[in-house]
Design a binder for this molecule. Structure first.
Ligand code: AMP
Length: 272
């Protein structure tokens, strides 16, 4: 991959980069499309990164379909697919990790304490291998975006980190590789994430500014679904991810809700 990138850069080509864990869906494809619009060359990586999964999480069960992924990558015009093996990126005696400190402790960091250390480490390694001019991340994982953006600035990675909008199923569920885990009842009730965020937005548009009240509206809406177990409902400042009491300025309203063993994320950013 490094030789390929060096060659393209020697021809003054700009490199767009889309890192993923595979099992591609339209959310991933929207990042590829944006990269193709803004760069000469688009590199897609598919790597199921072991260091971002805790031992009790779903690494071994995470859905995979490399044949379909490589076909979708080709059809969507990806120029290079990077598909390394875990032992290539983490050889024996691997010891170096990156910790984006405060940002990693909020939101998902509370229930997944080492998750973002794994994410920041792999993305930094991939940035060093791919040397992208622009790298594309989904708002669906908003905390991940803010962490990677901070890390790129802090570690002088010469890359512009771009956040792309959430792509949803027709009924509003945010697309995710993990949605295949949901049984039909869970899939139906999972709509409550999006719907509760819509209710919160409506209340804010109508003038509500109190974060506790906004969170209560979301909770009430989700609690009508017996299969839904709330991990968190948070209103935080974008960039810092610090909790806010008043909805004022750009605010991330973020949810994590479990259905059985499947943990789903959704969010919206309100700008007032
Ligand atoms: P993953 O393969 O789940 O690690 O996701 C790879 C990239 O795709 C991340 O930047 C995600 O935020 C992004 N992504 C995943 N789902 C969506 C979606 N529904 N809409 C937009 N981007 C997404």
């Amino acid at each position: 991959m490094k030789e390929y990138v060096r060659f393209e850069k020697s021809r003054q080509r700009t490199i767009g980069f889309v890192p993923t864990m595979g099992y591609l869906h339209d959310g991933h494809l929207s990042l590829i499309k944006r990269s193709k619009e803004e760069n000469d060359v688009t590199v897609l990586s598919i790597f199921l990164n072991p260091t971002q999964f805790a031992p009790n999480e779903d690494l071994s069960k995470y859905p995979r379909d490399f044949e379909k992924d490589s076909r979708l990558a080709l059809e969507s015009g990806v120029d290079a697919l990077f598909y390394p093996k875990a032992e290539e990126l983490y050889p024996n005696n691997y010891q170096t990790y990156i910790n984006v400190e405060a940002l990693s402790r909020h939101l998902c960091g509370k229930s997944r304490p080492d998750h973002f250390r794994g994410v920041a480490t792999i993305v930094s390694k991939l940035f060093n291998i791919v040397s992208p001019d622009h790298a594309y991340f989904g708002q669906k994982d908003a905390q991940q975006y803010f962490i990677i953006d901070r890390m790129a600035k802090d570690l002088n990675h010469d890359v512009n980190v771009v956040m792309c909008p959430i792509v949803r199923e027709k009924d509003g569920l945010a697309m995710s590789s993990r949605n295949v885990y949901l049984d039909p009842q869970e899939r139906q009730q999972a709509l409550c994430l999006y719907r509760s965020l819509e209710k919160a937005e409506e209340a804010i548009t109508a003038g509500e500014r109190n974060a506790q009240k906004v969170k209560a509206i979301i909770k009430e809406s989700i609690d009508q679904n017996p299969l839904a177990a709330i991990d968190y409902i948070e209103t935080v400042r974008t960039e810092t991810l610090e909790p806010v009491d008043e909805i004022e300025g750009p605010t991330l309203i973020a949810l994590a809700v479990k259905f059985g063993k499947t943990r789903l994320l959704d969010n919206t950013i309100v700008r007032i």
